[in-house]
Every structure is written in structure tokens, then in C-alpha cells.
Design a protein around this ligand. Structure first.
Ligand code: KG4
Ligand code: ZN
Length: 353
């Protein structure tokens, strides 16, 4: 089945064409307009999606050497995310499906990340455990089979990516902060500062990253740094803070992931979402897998960030199992990840759009 995927949940405008599980194209246009504000400005994101979406879809079709007549189904992200941003991709997707008289399906953005590891090698084998770490979410998910998944635990406050972004902002490293902290951490000493690790032993699969973020803030205050004055910090100090902060976050992510993997006796572990691009997290997870003879799947960087190929992948799984969405399905900014047995926004029928 040839599926056109559309993703506009945050600040990436993306369209992709998949032929079964082969990615024919994956066009991602990152909105640079937000950089100077130090975070995503929702209204600017919606406007940029509106400006870009048709061009991005056109490029995805051209890269895939096809046109709309070659598309057999459409999948668009319906949540979670920024409501105005989601509505752009969702409405374009529904309109195209209606006009082309082909089935369409709304896809949960987090399910996209969850299954994005199938777009690269090695693919996870079911059952597997996935750590999904992005700017808005941090969750451990058990995946016994395709479209069957159960969230074991998630963050109680900040997501890991959000903590990276906020700490980067405190250090004047710009937005998004994850890649900048990752780069600077490589130059610093991870043992320089003993930032707290929130293991929450009573809740082994839940996360909390607001404590370490606040600890960085207090550390900066002790150094006499006031907001806006970060440039007074010597490079070595910034590098050490980045390395120590990143070590604290990866200690928690790695330890909880492998504790869950052992508890579930899975042989395959996957790490997905924007923070899965983090070099220390990837290296440490790979080392833990080698030690336990487990197989680690992490998407290539293109599929870690928000992208439409992962939305098309989940869309195809849903469409091929007869799950289509009604045309009045709307965007849900707080959409929870569906659990085993749930019937998320789709209706099970042979009906098309
Ligand atoms: O999945 P994603 O592209 O968007 C969301 O769904 O949130 O994730 C974006 C998040 C941002 O917080 C960004 O700082 C983080 O992923 N990120 C990283 C790295 N690259 C992106 N965090 C740590 N290290 C990285 N190399
Ligand atoms: Zn995402």
C-alpha cells in the first residue's frame, strides 16, 4: 500500500511517501522562525505550516517519483501537539483523501515515534521495550505486537527533551537545546558536578526531570550568573555543566529502561523520539545491550526528529487492519497514546473517507 504521511504537530512541516514499509521520500522542513524566541511560538508555527504544507507534500511526491494518483491512503497526525499546527496537516490530509476518494486515518504522534524504529536497521522484533523520549514526552512502552502497546510509566513533570531545552536556555545555548548540550557535553567532565538523579524507586518506570533542571538553575545562581548574563561563563564551565547534566539524565533513562527490559524478559530494546539522537544515550544503551546480549534499535537521526515517514508507517499498519478515521475527526492536543485493546480515533470498518 502506498501511503502519504503528513506531520505538523509542532515546528516541523513534513510529508512522506511509503510503499509498504519502504520509505520513498521523507521531506522535513524545520521552521527556523522560532529560534530567536528560544522556543516554539504556536501561532507562528500554524502560519508557517500553512505556508509550507502544499510545497512539502509536492516535494515528497516528486522525490517518490509519483503524484497524487499513485497514493492509496493518507495518514495525518491528529495529536498530541499544538492544536493550530495539528489542524493544518489534518485538514489538508482529510481534504486530499476526500477529493481522491481514498481512505485516511488520524495517527497519534507518539505512536509514530514508538514505531519509528521500524524505518531503520536493525528492526526490533516483537515483543520489545521502547523508551520514547521527546520534547513533550518520556515514556517506557511495552510492545508485544504491531499496534499493541502498553505504557509502563511516563514523566510526572518535565519531559527529558524539555529539560534539555530549558537547561540550554539557562546557559544561553539557543533552541532546540538538546543538540547544543550534546555537543558541549562531549568537551566537558561529566563528574564535575553531582546533579541529582531522580530514580523514584517506588515508581520504577516513572520519570521526573524538573529536579535536575532546578539544580542547574541553583548551580548557576551560586556561580553568580543572572539570566541573560550567561555569556560571562567560561566555556569550560558551560561544558562541565552540560556533561554533568547529561550524565544525570542518561543515568536515569538507561537504568530504568534496562530494569524494565529485564523485568519483561524482552530481547529487543528500542529508543525513539528527538532525545534518541543524543550521542551519550545511544552509546550507553548500546553498551548495556551488548552486556545483556540484547538487540538495540534506534532510528537514524532523520527518523528521531519529528517526521512524516513514521506517521505514514503507523497509518499503513492501521489502514491495512481496516482502521479508518471519520472525516469529522478533529485535532486533540492532549491525545493519549492508545493502549492494547483501545479503539482510538478510528472506526473499524471497510468504509473509506
Ligand atoms: O521528537 P521531537 O523532534 O519533537 C517532539 O515530539 O517533542 O523531539 C524534540 C526534542 C527537543 O527537546 C530537542 O532538544 C531534543 O528532542 N533533542 C535532543 C537531541 N536532539 C534533539 N536532546 C538531546 N540530545 C540530542 N542530540
Ligand atoms: Zn515528536
Amino acid at each position: 500500500m502506498v501511503v502519504l504521511g503528513i506531520e505538523t504537530s509542532c515546528d516541523e512541516t513534513s510529508a512522506a511517501v511509503l510503499d509498504d514499509d519502504r520509505v520513498l521520500s521523507n521531506v522535513i522542513s524545520s521552521q527556523l522562525v522560532h529560534t530567536k524566541y528560544g522556543g516554539v511560538v504556536p501561532e507562528l508555527a500554524s502560519r508557517a505550516h500553512q505556508r509550507l504544507i502544499l510545497e512539502v507534500i509536492g516535494q515528497a511526491l516528486a522525490d517518490a517519483k509519483t503524484d497524487l494518483r499513485g497514493i492509496e491512503g493518507i495518514a495525518a497526525t491528529c495529536g498530541p501537539g499544538l492544536v493550530g499546527a495539528l489542524l493544518v496537516g489534518l485538514n489538508v490530509g482529510k481534504s486530499l483523501a476526500y477529493g481522491l476518494r481514498i481512505p485516511w486515518v488520524g495517527v497519534n504522534h507518539m505512536e509514530g515515534h514508538l514505531y519509528s524504529t521500524f524505518l531503520g536497521e536493525p528492526r526490533p522484533a516483537y515483543p520489545y521495550l521502547s523508551l520514547v523520549v521527546s520534547g513533550g514526552h518520556t515514556m517506557l512502552v511495552h510492545v508485544p505486537g504491531p499496534l499493541h502497546h502498553k505504557v509502563l510509566g511516563q514523566t510526572r513533570d518535565d519531559a527529558a527533551g524539555e529539560a534539555f531545552d530549558k537547561v540550554a536556555k539557562m546557559l544561553g545555548l539557543g533552541y532546540p537545546g538538546g543538540p547544543a548540550i550534546d555537543r558541549r557535553a562531549r568537551l566537558g567532565n561529566p563528574a564535575a558536578i553531582d546533579f541529582p538523579r531522580s530514580f523514584m524507586h517506588d515508581h520504577p518506570f516513572s520519570f521526573s526531570f524538573s529536579g535536575v533542571k532546578t539544580a542547574v538553575l541553583y548551580h548557576l545562581r551560586r556561580l553568580g550568573v543572572t539570566p541573560g548574563d550567561e555569556s560571562s561563563l567560561p566555556d569550560t564551565t558551560v561544558n562541565d555543566i552540560c556533561a554533568s547534566f547529561q550524565r544525570s539524565v542518561t543515568d536515569v533513562l538507561v537504568s530504568k529502561t534496562f530494569r524494565a527490559a529485564e523485568m519483561l524478559s524482552v530481547r529487543h530494546v528500542s529508543i525513539a523520539g528527538g532525545v534518541a539522537a543524543n550521542s551519550e544515550l545511544r552509546e550507553r544503551a548500546a553498551a548495556e545491550c551488548r552486556k545483556r546480549e540484547m538487540v538495540l534499535s534506534t532510528p537514524s537521526l532523520e527518523y528521531c526528529m519529528d517526521n512524516a515517514a513514521m506517521i505514514a508507517y503507523v497509518g499503513r499498519l492501521r489502514l491495512e487492519s481496516g482502521l479508518v478515521s471519520p472525516l469529522d475527526l478533529s485535532a486533540d492536543p492532549g491525545l493519549a497514546i492508545s493502549e492494547v485493546g483501545d479503539a482510538p480515533p478510528q472506526t473499524r470498518s471497510g468504509a473509506t473517507a
